[in-house]
Design a protein around this ligand. Structure first.
Ligand code: NG6
Ligand code: CA
Length: 502
């Protein structure tokens, strides 16, 4: 259903003067990527107990998508697909990257970043990476950490290398750990190399206790996945991480405000361990999980203010979305479940992070280009797999790319800018299995995986039987219609098989 009258940018471009057209060309692009933020976690998607005024304002003045998807129900594959335009499930080894993972995207590959760089954009990433760094067998943590983002199209990077619950708990700027004392080199192990205190041996000293996993090295009073040695002066403080990332993002914008730029702001919020700055503690009744969403919203506000201060907000396309669906207890006892109340992190959808159900991959997507977009809600089907081809068009790139580059990415620029609400015919979702949504129908292929992730208390949507749901009247995927609609089922299976084999 089309819920907004489409005027939008195409009309402006058609009637405007060449000078204005040139001005509209090549907006700055800021992609704000949340971590584990669910469909229902933002005010503009129905959350009532978590104030997100900055995002809500962008949504009110821009476009809010109701059927936007990340490609996978976990981080690494979603991020891989986002940058490469290739479904991660086509590639071995693109699951959740461990602390010492070497770089997963080969140097020189065509990516969203390299396309924009070749189109004249200055390109930067600030925040979570989680796509591996360095050459096999593992990164040279105390030396030059490469390849990484700079080898696939970014001019600048300031990274949390993996996740905030994994070692090494240090920032990497371009090819080196920030603030590393050469006399205290960093190394990373999966077994305790030196008998150091851990979350298992010294549980009583932790400021946030773990619930499953996360019981190795203790950094900033929180035990993590994996062991790190060294780098004591370089270790991060979780409560300051958002401020650190925002200050680096501002620096990048300051330095590039007189030229086109692409900033991929990849927040750690609201991944565990959730440790928002004290300014945000208590800003919701939902404990650290809710407060971390508010901190994320504040970061969005700071980026918008910085763009406005430079007078470039009106020529900046902002995208706000998330890498996978929500989770409550992802390994730390932070009262996310106890303080949930009536809040529905996945909105009307079933499952969450790790799940084949819609909660795993249906995510918020807000698109803002102040003054350029007709405000509204779009029900178009769109996936983050499409960002590469879509932003290539919006960046007015003439770059010739081979057929093997960004192979699964579709140019949905008209959808993203609200010129049409006719999006993808289908979208592939990936968790333990593959699913496909086509129109209102959703098919989940059979699998022998467990029905529940017992650690996180998530319904995974795995079943040995094929599942078919009609999302129009059953968004919560409660009634399996596969036995009743064999023709529809066969059609969905055929389309998914074709995509898989293509
Ligand atoms: C899981 C971790 C979880 C989280 C996830 C990655 C355990 C028991 N669970 O393996 O806490 O780190 O990996 O999250 O270790 S993601 O958002 O980066 O995909
Ligand atoms: Ca994530």
């Amino acid at each position: 259903m089309i819920r907004f009258i489409v005027l939008g940018i195409a009309c402006i471009l058609m009637v405007c003067s060449p000078a204005l057209a040139a001005e509209l060309d090549q907006p700055n692009i800021v992609l704000i990527y949340g971590d584990d933020i669910g469909y229902g976690d933002l005010g503009c998607y129905g959350a009532t107990g978590i104030p997100t005024p900055n995002i809500d304002q962008l949504a009110a003045e821009g476009l809010r998508f109701s059927s936007a998807y990340c490609t996978s129900a976990t981080c690494t594959p979603s991020r891989y697909s986002l940058l490469t335009g290739e479904y991660a499930w086509r590639r071995e080894g693109t699951g959740i990257a461990p602390p010492n993972s070497p770089a997963l995207i080969e140097s020189g590959r065509t990516t969203l970043a390299s396309i924009l760089k070749k189109s004249g954009y200055s390109t930067g990433i600030v925040g979570k990476w989680h796509l591996g760094l360095g050459k096999p067998p593992k990164p040279d943590w105390s030396g030059l950490i490469k390849p990484g983002p700079l080898e696939i199209g970014f001019d600048y990077c300031f990274l949390m290398p993996t996740t905030n619950d994994r070692v090494p708990c240090v920032y990497v700027e371009n090819h080196q750990i920030v603030g590393l004392d050469p006399k205290d080199p960093v190394d990373v192990f999966m077994k305790n190399p030196d008998g150091q205190p851990s979350g298992q041996t010294h549980r009583e000293v932790l400021k946030m206790d773990w619930s499953h996993g996360h019981y190795d090295s203790i950094v900033n009073g929180i035990s993590r996945i994996g062991f790190m040695v060294g780098g004591h002066d370089a270790r991060w403080v979780d409560e300051d991480m958002s401020d650190v990332f925002i200050s680096k993002a501002k620096e990048f914008i300051d330095q590039n405000s007189d030229q086109r730029f692409f900033l991929y702001f990849s927040s750690q919020s609201i991944h565990v361990p959730r440790a928002p700055n004290s300014r945000f503690v208590g800003s919701t009744h939902h404990g650290p999980r809710g407060d971390a969403v508010v901190e994320f919203d504040s970061c969005v506000g700071e980026i918008v203010d910085t763009l406005r201060d430079h007078g470039i907000l009106d020529n900046t396309l902002l995208l706000i979305t998330s890498d996978n669906g929500p989770v409550l207890d992802d390994g730390y006892q932070d009262q996310a479940e106890e303080k949930l109340g009536a809040h529905k992190p996945a909105g009307p959808f079933r499952g969450g992070k790790y799940s084949n159900f819609e909660g795993g991959t249906r995510v918020p997507l807000i698109v803002s280009w102040p003054g350029r977009l007709q405000p509204g809600v779009s029900d178009a089907l769109i996936s983050q797999i499409d960002f590469a081809a879509t932003l290539k068009t919006i960046a007015n790139s003439n770059m010739e790319i081979g057929s093997s580059a960004i192979p699964d990415s579709l140019d949905l620029s008209k959808v993203l800018l609200g010129v049409t609400s006719s999006g993808r015919d289908y979208v592939v979702e990936h968790a333990g299995s593959l699913s496909i949504r086509k129109g209102d129908w959703k098919y989940i292929e059979p699998s022998s995986g467990p029905a529940m992730n017992l650690d996180t208390n998530t319904e995974l949507g795995n079943s040995q039987k094929p599942q078919l749901y009609n999302l129009a009247n059953d968004p919560g995927e409660s009634k399996n219609l596969a036995p009743d609609f064999p023709t529809q089922l066969a059609e969905m299976q055929k389309v998914l098989a074709e995509i898989r084999d293509s």
